[in-house]
Design a protein around this ligand. Sequence first.
Ligand SMILES: [Zn+2]
Length: 58
Amino acid sequence: MDCSDSRTAVSARIDGEAPPPEIPDGVLDAHLRECAACREWARRAERLRELTTRLSEW
Ligand SMILES: [Zn+2]
């Protein structure tokens, strides 16, 4: 899988949206296991999501 596709799926997951049909959860998880760059990207995206959620609650 292409890293940019995996990041699209990660951001959909973080936003609570359905994953793109071509990237089911299992495929995404497999990519995250072997791709440190996408794991790091996912970690940051989750952190950012947390911060923006908190800000919108003010
Ligand atoms: Zn990747």
